[in-house]
Ligand binder design. Structure first.
Ligand code: PSU
Ligand code: MN
Length: 308
């Protein structure tokens, strides 16, 4: 948690700056789901719904992204709209940040870079749809997301719905364990698999923001430096059958390692499911933004009580 933000190499939006000063709860959002995960036009709509959901729970949304090499913390609606339409936008992960700055790139930040930037900024809570992780081996090649390493070394609470749909869910949860990242299922006894129920029993279950924040706070006291992952399942009505999703994936995953695999696989899934995966993706992103805002508010209250 860095308190002196003046030395951070970022540009802070007015609303977020004010929120740090008052202080008011803040929730960071990644923007790669908008620039690369959802179809053009839909990403910005969902981002706006997430911002509204966050505000409805009295927290300030802080979308993070990169514009012409500047790292923006707390992008406003206009900045988000132009980033979502920029034909040269890139998907910017942690290791790309230095290049993005020197080459004046623009792009959406993934979970990895959003965690890093939030950590340096002093933001404690972030929301996303699905985290990156371990891809099924494709043509003998491995593909593992930088999200996992940053989850092991950025101490934020992150609300998601599990590993994104195209991943090896079991392997991803195993690596999170190996990297000392606590994982708790929220309001359910099994670990969520983004679009479906995995059936994997959850070792830790949380059922309220208050309990979640107390556990997060205690986790922080032991200084392992890792994130604390709250896995919030998609609503039952929108959940799909696991077999159905794997069948769709067999037909849609381009099986190419690298950064364009996710966008191509996701659009294939949506096309083959008649839009059902897209509707689910949208709903869970907004739900996670709302829950993350509740967490940020609760954490804020907890820290205030403790400091009295
Ligand atoms: N989940 C989705 N769509 C996405 C992503 C996750 O349903 O677009 C993005 C997130 O930004 C995540 C990133 O951090 O994909 C991971 O990408 P990679 O596997 O290339 O590290
Ligand atoms: Mn990769």
């Amino acid at each position: 948690m860095q308190k002196d933000r003046s030395s951070a190499p970022f540009l802070f939006g007015d609303e977020v700056k004010e929120a740090f000063d008052i202080p008011t709860p803040i929730v960071a959002f990644e923007t790669a789901f908008m620039t690369h995960g959802l179809p053009e036009g839909v990403g910005i709509e969902v981002m706006n719904e997430m911002m509204e959901a966050c505000r409805s729970r009295c927290a300030v949304p802080s979308p993070i992204g990169v514009v012409d090499g500047d790292i923006l913390v707390g992008m406003d609606e206009d900045q988000l709209l132009s980033l979502s339409l920029d034909p040269d936008r890139e998907k910017i992960s942690s290791r790309d940040l230095g290049f993005a700055a020197t080459r004046k790139l623009s792009g959406g930040t993934t979970v990895s870079s959003t965690l890093r930037i939030s950590h340096i900024s002093g933001i404690d809570v972030m929301a996303t749809g699905g985290i990156g992780g371990v891809h099924p081996v494709a043509n003998g090649k491995i593909d593992i997301s930088q999200d996992l390493l940053e989850l092991s070394r950025c101490p934020l609470m992150i609300v998601c719905s599990g590993p994104k749909s195209i991943l090896d869910v079991e392997a991803t949860y195993e690596i999170l364990e190996a990297l000392c990242v606590p994982v708790a299922a929220y309001g359910t006894g099994t670990l969520p698999g983004f679009l479906f129920e995995t059936g994997i029993p959850a070792e830790r279950v949380l059922d309220s923001p208050e309990r979640a924040c107390r556990s997060f706070n205690e986790h922080m006291r032991f200084g392992s430096g890792s994130a604390f992952l709250v896995a919030n399942p998609l609503s039952k009505e929108l959940s799909l059958e696991r077999e159905y999703v794997s069948d769709l994936l067999n037909r849609s995953d381009p099986l190419i390692p690298g950064r364009s695999r996710t966008p191509e696989a996701l659009s294939g899934l949506s096309r083959l499911s008649g839009g059902r995966t897209l509707e689910a993706n949208r709903s869970l992103l907004v739900g996670n933004a709302r829950l993350a805002a509740e967490m940020a508010s609760e954490l804020h209250a907890l820290i205030r009580t403790k400091s009295k």
